[in-house]
Design a binder for this molecule. Structure first.
Ligand SMILES: N=c1c2ncn([C@@H]3O[C@H](COP(=O)(O)OP(=O)(O)OP(=O)(O)O)[C@@H](O)[C@H]3O)c2ncn1[C@@H]1O[C@H](COP(=O)(O)O)[C@@H](O)[C@H]1O
Length: 108
């Protein structure tokens, strides 16, 4: 079974691409292009997830969700966040199902 440590390793790789040459790395190129380009990829991959699910293509669905997760990790890194922030939020939600999420979320 693949461990969630892959997220730690991938996030470290993403962080290392911040100052990398955009001509040698897809991630560095996305960082270089900026938020708009990253958001465009997140939108495209979200749509592809929906289409794969509607087509009933389970193999494609896994691939498209991997693309979506990957691009959301790039977005998090771009915004100075990481998967750990999301995991912490999910952990916080354990045991509070049934209550209003927005009302229960800590203020920034
Ligand atoms: N997990 C991924 C990963 N998943 C998807 N992709 C890239 O995301 C893009 C997906 O876009 P599309 O499917 O829309 O295909 P495309 O039309 O070629 O995309 P565009 O060129 O239009 O953006 C492809 O270029 C994929 O190669 C990824 N690129 C990198 N990683 C990981 O990120 C690490 C660092 O990557 P580099 O910065 O490229 O070294 C790698 O070692 C991998 O672990």
């Amino acid at each position: 079974m693949v461990s969630s440590e892959i997220l730690d390793r991938l996030s470290a790789t993403l962080a290392s691409r911040r100052d990398a040459d955009p001509t040698t790395s897809y991630v560095a190129k996305l960082f270089h292009k900026g938020q708009e380009a990253i958001l465009k990829k997140v939108g495209e991959e979200s749509f592809e997830v929906v289409m794969a699910a509607k087509d009933g293509d389970r193999r494609a669905l896994v691939g498209e969700i991997a693309d979506l997760w990957f691009h959301t990790l790039v977005l998090l890194a771009h915004e100075g966040l990481s998967h750990e922030d999301v995991l912490a939020e999910l952990a916080r939600r354990e045991g509070i199902s049934g209550i209003d999420e927005k009302a229960s979320r800590p203020k920034d």
